[in-house]
Design a binder for this molecule. Structure first.
Ligand SMILES: C[S@@+](CC[C@H](N)C(=O)[O-])C[C@H]1O[C@@H](n2cnc3c(N)ncnc32)[C@H](O)[C@@H]1O
Length: 314
């Protein structure tokens, strides 16, 4: 086991939390949202009518999968980044001709193991490898687990959690990880404020629960004493570049202990817990091209503009 759930991961979590909560504005890296509870909450968010990205991508995916299958050919090893519940991969595996392997990479270790245990019996001819890793750092696949031809898969809106500079870094690292390959990546350009507020601010209170769980996780794993009842969740739209930010806002001034430090909050001060950049196709293609990914095909959902990009690295 590696990642924040491992004992060495806890020291990194404490370092990142201290650094983020000592800055102005206060931040916490979004990757810590993803413990087992966070992953479970996200699965419920995906099923909620307000959360449009999952529905729009699922509507687009069958057509995309059959065209990708024709382009990449038989015997592919698929490597998914941030695989979560490993639901969308079923559409891809069903469309591909005799896929050889599926490597599911996620930071949420226990949830990842359970998702692969559910998936594997339905695909007895596909070698399944769960890889607990943090894709904000360089990732090496287990030797021999993925053989060419290789198809990378990064669905959902996860690329949006990166700033343009960080997205470039991720796309460059993915090229190193995958080697010569195709890469199917989702990107969401939606700018409709009402739709974004519903998806990221409401979703039946599940978004608030996902972000507030980060405080519970910090208290449990790092021994801090933050009062979860003193925070509420807000989704805020921001520009340059256009994005949705998740904030946990303090209802009143308070001080809490974290490691050896005291973290002070003014009344109304917030912690930014995640960011979702909305990447238009042209901008995203340019970011990928700068990292050596050649555009092959682009599919766009009529309703939301949600895009699936297929790239190739020779
Ligand atoms: C928004 S969910 C998307 C899940 C799924 N791919 C989908 O499209 O429905 C993000 C997923 O990426 C994982 N994740 C987030 N940050 C990560 C990181 N730095 N390294 C590896 N996995 C990460 C989370 O655990 C979660 O399963």
């Amino acid at each position: 086991m590696s990642g924040p759930e491992a004992p060495d991961g806890r020291a990194e979590f404490l370092r990142d939390a201290l650094a983020g909560l000592s800055g102005r504005p206060k931040t916490l890296p979004g990757k810590y949202l993803w413990d087992e509870t966070g992953s479970d909450l996200f699965d419920r968010i995906c099923a909620h009518p307000d959360y449009y990205p999952t529905k729009r991508e699922i509507a687009l995916l069958p057509r995309v999968a059959s065209e990708v299958a024709a382009l990449v050919g038989p015997g592919v090893s698929v490597v998914e980044f941030g695989s979560g519940a490993s639901r969308k991969i079923r559409t891809l595996l069903d469309a591909l001709e005799a896929p050889a392997a599926y490597l599911a990479l996620d930071i949420s270790g226990a949830y990842l193991e359970a998702a692969i245990a559910r998936l594997a019996p339905d695909y007895p001819n596909v070698a399944m490898t769960p890889v607990c890793a943090d894709y904000s750092k360089p990732v090496r696949l287990p030797p021999g687990a993925a053989r060419p031809p290789i198809l990378g898969f990064f669905p959902g809106t996860s690329i949006g959690n990166f700033t343009p500079e960080q997205a470039g870094g991720f796309l460059g690292r993915a090229r190193e990880t995958l080697g010569p390959s195709h890469f199917l990546v989702g990107a969401d350009p939606t700018r409709d404020p009402a739709r974004l507020r519903r998806a990221y601010g409401e979703s039946g209170g599940l978004m608030a629960a996902l972000h507030l769980n980060l405080i519970a996780r910090m208290n449990r794993e790092l021994g801090s004493d933050f009062d979860p009842d003193n925070f509420h969740h807000e989704a805020r739209l921001a520009d340059d570049p256009f994005r949705v930010e998740a904030h946990l806002v303090a209802n009143r001034a308070a001080s809490y202990r974290l490691g050896e430090r005291t973290i002070r909050f003014a009344d109304g001060e917030s912690i930014r817990t995640d960011t979702s950049h909305k990447y238009a196709p042209d901008l995203f293609r340019a970011l990928a091209a700068a990292q050596g990914w050649e555009p092959v095909r682009l599919w766009v959902d009529d309703d939301s503009g949600f895009s699936l990009h297929l790239f190739r690295a020779p």
